[in-house]
Design a protein around this ligand. Sequence first.
Ligand SMILES: *Cc1c(COP(=O)(O)O)cnc(C)c1O
Length: 410
Amino acid sequence: MKRGFTTTILHSDLEQPIEHYAVHKPMHLAVAYGYPDARELARVFKGEAAGFVYGRQGNPTTAALEAKVTKMEDGIATACFSTGMAAIAAMFVALLRSGDHVVSSSFLFGNTNSLFGTFNTLGCEISLVDATDVANVKNALRPDTRLVFVETIANPRTQIADLARIGELCAERGVLYVVDNTMTSPYLFQPKKTHAGLVVNSLTKYIGGHGNALGGAVTDTGLYDWTRFPNIYDSYKTANATLWGILQIRKKGLRDVGSTLAAEVAHRLAVGAETLALRMERASDNALRLARFLAGHPKVTRVYYPGLPDHPQHRLAGELFKTYGALMSMELADGIDCFDFLNRLKLVISSSHLGDNRTLAIPIAHTIYWEMGAERRAEMGIADSLIRLSIGIEDFDDLVGDFRQALEHA
Ligand SMILES: *Cc1c(COP(=O)(O)O)cnc(C)c1O
């Protein structure tokens, strides 16, 4: 019988024997691995045998986390990185060449947006389109389009990409479909169900969940036919073509770039992942109830949350995701200063992070989205007064009480 989501994570390490009957994979801190038989070392280097050779390229603790993420995403293999941005950057370095074209959602995590600007200067061309409508993606596709990149729920305005239809389009055209699943996490949504070939997760956010560790992951779902991808180097065209992509990401991305996820950090993220389902349920429930409260408050003019019936993709979110997630944003009534409001919150923390157990708030145009400038902010629909909220797992009465008092005095 196929086990449930949480059972699978909890018992993943125990599929291999662990010394002293420990229930966690231990932290393997060695940089070097000494082989009693030098021929065996050569076989591992050649990829003919499984094993570890040098800490930059992986360690057994990180590999145990990779196995968990693979299961969470129902994929075939995962490569972990030191951060979510490292995962995205390494994937692009590994898979793209000068002259390549990419179609991406224009509603992007700020640093991903900035990274794509860098790739534009390196000879790739990245077309940003409104991915809430598959027609825009379709119109942007070209013969040299190597991949389509979207996020599930965009930050901060919570637009939802037309995930299933874009997946069908990519499958039809043989284009690699990459989905950044950070905002939903594999508990709410598995991009594989909408034909994604690669799935990115920032482990720093919901999967880790506790704000004490950075990490990122790229998972291959096994759906993409890598023999159709023109950028695979000959040395990575091994017998099993389903593994070409992740092999090239490991070699050209992880090994050559060196943004390795350390064993101590992998351990912390793996422990965090054990409670992903419980935390997501609680945070989503808090978020839905809080969104309803804020939407009905006279001093709040807008609430962007997929769980509200007036959200443009409310129905789509209900069909695709297990809950509506824990991210929302709000605009205050004219004349209320967003900084004064934030300073009046006693429980909610002003912080740029998201996906934490604690509820966090940030005036987005003045912080994370400052560097991109007013024009790009306007394109993304980000008002100067927009406040992003990442809802945590606090007791709901405390949470709503804090917002109620801060609004009362506004
Ligand atoms: C945070 C985030 C990232 C980057 O992850 P880090 O671990 O902070 O580097 C990428 N994509 C999305 C959607 C994110 O929210």
